[in-house]
Design a protein around this ligand. Structure first.
Ligand code: AMP
Length: 309
């Protein structure tokens, strides 16, 4: 059984899209990653995060029900949970962050549970880069694969810490705008090359409804996003992608470029479910049957034969 440590926020989100608005609902990078990675059997996943005393136990239970361990989720009784609020533009491809309240995250010291310190795969989801590094430092065996996700918020306030942790990971997954901000390059091919130089051997650039690119030295792979009839809420799609990517690699324990291509397809497939409902709703009771059906659709969407003479 492949162990997977997941780091990231467990949060309250308030979301506004052209289709509606939510009050504070369950969100957070680790939550989405956890729900996504939970779809792989033979993966023993544990979330490392922090919440306040205001966080409903039933939200934590949802992770436990999906067999994601919450042993590493600290509860600070007299603290307030991280809160994020965002509003999507009409095209749903871009959003404005309205509120980011770090609250209990401000002084968070992550603790990796003893039983997970030897995990093969570590997924460092969106959180302060010093916390991401703190988790890496606690691993007793060097993980076979470390993956880092981040966002512009941390580039704006903690770029030096971020560059320090990026040096120590094997894979980075970020969106196109963030890749440009991190590298200072507009072309994503050039941006990926520059990010390689910062440390990660593999660079995954997520392009929302335009799919995802995987780079490894001079090798490049592209997977489109599955065109959907309805997109209600893109929140968490990037994290769900990362959870599918990391979960598949933890399950298969094969970290070659060829297998990472399959991991990108799993990530894209799982993300295509996430956006169909508000928040984590669609991810809470996804079935294997639904996933296989969509993988099949993905296959026929992208497969073609051509004769080259
Ligand atoms: P995504 O749409 O994949 O970028 O992820 C959205 C999730 O990231 C939401 O559930 C938020 O709670 C969480 N989030 C937003 N801002 C931050 C931040 N600065 N650090 C960590 N997580 C965040």
């Amino acid at each position: 059984m492949g162990k997977l440590v997941i780091v990231g926020t467990v949060a309250f989100d308030a979301i506004e899209t052209p289709f509606g608005k939510t009050d504070k609902i369950l969100g957070g990078a680790a939550t989405y990653i956890g729900f996504s990675a939970a779809n792989f059997d033979n993966v023993d996943a544990a979330a490392v995060s922090v919440v306040g005393g205001d966080f409903p136990q039933e939200y934590l239970d949802l992770l436990t029900e999906r067999k994601v361990s919450i042993e590493g989720v600290e509860i600070i009784k007299n603290g307030k949970t991280f809160f994020w609020s965002g509003k999507y533009h009409n095209d749903m491809n871009s959003r404005d962050t309205l509120v980011t309240e770090l609250n209990v995250l401000e002084k968070f010291n992550p603790v990796v549970p003893e039983g997970y310190k030897d995990a093969e795969v570590v997924m460092l989801g969106n959180l302060h880069p010093a916390v991401q590094q703190g988790v890496l430092n606690q691993m007793t065996n060097k993980p076979k694969l470390s993956i880092l996700d981040t966002m512009n918020f941390w580039m704006d306030i903690a770029m030096d810490d971020l560059k320090a942790v990026i040096k120590n990971v094997d894979v980075i997954t970020i969106n196109d705008e963030e890749a440009r901000q991190l590298s200072g390059e507009y072309s994503l091919v050039v941006a990926a090359r520059e990010i390689h130089k910062m440390g990660p051997k593999f660079v995954v650039i997520k392009k929302g409804e335009h799919g995802a690119l995987l780079f490894h030295n001079d090798n490049m792979f592209y997977a489109p996003a599955l065109p959907l009839e309805e997109v209600f809420d893109p929140t968490g799609a990037g994290d769900t992608f990362a959870g599918g990517f990391a979960g598949y690699l933890a399950k298969t324990s094969d970290f070659s470029f060829e297998n990472m291509k399959r991991a990108v397809i799993y990530g894209s497939t799982l993300a295509s479910f996430c956006v169909e409902k508000f928040g984590t709703e669609r991810m809470q009771n996804l079935t294997d049957k639904e996933i296989y059906k969509r993988l099949d659709q993905f296959k026929s969407l992208t497969q073609f034969d051509i004769e080259l003479n």
